[in-house]
Design a protein around this ligand. Structure first.
Ligand code: HEC
Ligand code: HEC
Length: 201
């Protein structure tokens, strides 16, 4: 009995190792509706299904990168994808080299920071697929701006007017950028919004 169980165990872990390394999907990644709702009807390219910084652009990173999620090892505090247009294709429309700026939306009651000051780690740059992400701890609510170029000398830029992290009543909300930002999202006020995008000039 004991030896049978031992055998069963080792076969089980051998399969696990095989499953992790041999199939097209080395992460054990499973595309779940909560992650793909923002790119409905668009199948990711196979390279985009590999675990990497440029994986699954446009999808809701935090559906997996959270405590208890598929990517619980790397829970992002902020993550998303920036596009060249409000309805750009998820797989190919991302913009590299754009900065996401996260500043305080309020003065700290203890005087440690002031409104509009840059938060610690609050400059994130998009990579080749347009993705950005962080594990830093940010203070909600936050004010968000995106820009190309430098902070002192930005080119195109866009400001989110609402604060991220709270609703109108001050109750906490998701900070997962791609969870709100996609065409026809119920979280957006109308058809002039969609993906996070830098308007053409
Ligand atoms: C369907 C689930 C899922 C979604 C959605 C997802 N990821 Fe991942 N990601 C994973 C898994 C699984 C791993 C590997 C395990 C881990 O790192 O925790 C991973 C790993 C990563 C890694 C680490 C790779 C490495 O080399 O260690 C980065 C960076 C990453 N993802 C970024 C993102 C970004 C940015 C998004 C959103 C645009 C995203 N992921 C969306 C499941 C997902
Ligand atoms: C809870 C939903 C929600 C979340 C989460 C959210 N946004 Fe927004 N965002 C909105 C809404 C609604 C607007 C349009 C009104 C406004 O500007 O406040 C908007 C507008 C924007 C705009 C201006 C329009 C554009 O795309 O150029 C930018 C830039 C932006 N958001 C970036 C971000 C980034 C970056 C994140 C993640 C840190 C984020 N948003 C998270 C709801 C959200």
């Amino acid at each position: 009995m004991t030896s049978r169980r031992g055998l069963f165990h080792s076969v089980g872990s051998a399969l696990l190792v095989l499953g992790l390394s041999a199939c097209s999907d080395p992460t054990g990644l499973e595309l779940i509706p909560a992650a793909t709702v923002s790119c409905e009807g668009e199948e990711p390219l196979s390279a985009q299904k590999q675990a990497s910084a440029s994986m699954l652009p446009g999808r809701v990173c935090g559906a997996c990168h959270r405590a208890g999620g598929q990517a619980a090892n790397s829970p992002w505090t902020i993550s998303g994808t920036i596009y060249g247009s409000k309805d750009g294709p998820c797989n190919s429309g991302g913009l590299p080299g754009i900065t996401v700026e996260i500043v305080y939306a309020k003065d700290d009651p203890k005087g440690l920071y002031r409104v509009d000051e840059l938060q610690d780690g609050g400059l994130l740059k998009t990579n080749e697929s347009g993705n950005f992400y962080s594990t830093r701890r940010f203070v909600s609510p936050m004010k968000i701006r995106i820009f190309e170029g430098t902070r002192a000398n930005p080119g195109r830029q866009a400001q989110m007017i609402k604060l991220v992290g709270v609703d109108e009543n001050g109750a906490p909300t998701t900070v997962d950028c791609n969870a709100c930002h996609y065409p026809n999202s119920p979280q957006l006020p109308g058809s002039s919004y969609g993906r996070i995008f830098l308007p053409m000039q």
